[in-house]
Write a protein that binds this ligand. Sequence first.
Ligand code: ZN
Length: 162
Amino acid sequence: MNIEKDHVVRLHYSVSEAGGEAIETSRDREPLAVLIGHQTIIPGLEEALLGRAAGDRFEATVAPEKAYGERREGLVQRIPRKHLKDHRLVVGATVVVPTQMGPRPVTVQKVGLSVVDVDLNHPMAGKTLVFDVEVLDVREATAEEKDHGHVHGEGGVQHGRP
Ligand code: ZN
């Protein structure tokens, strides 16, 4: 079964910056389950998955505009330190802060006594990323999954049953 829209794909991946160290991998945890065609992963990775099948292992290079976008200047925000008290506040560290658009990873830029300056650019913004992807299995999404726009069951959203 070749991957297309409305398929559910389970995969393992590692991602690194082009020519750099690995940034993140799924291989130390459960595989990622993706509903194709519903903007749940970056566009460049989704495009690279189309037409693949279970058992395929491949590398995909994704430019910033198909990943997390270009870095933007002027996205520094000052946050009261008490809002970040659970985090290790080291310059360059990634911390997740609550925003109006939901939790968002930001980069610590400057640590003051009572405030912290963070860069709101996504930590991977402006970077060309290289994904090492292994497709584990592929199935058609259920009508309910297509309706909800996400995967149910293993690796997906577990809705409580009434
Ligand atoms: Zn759902």
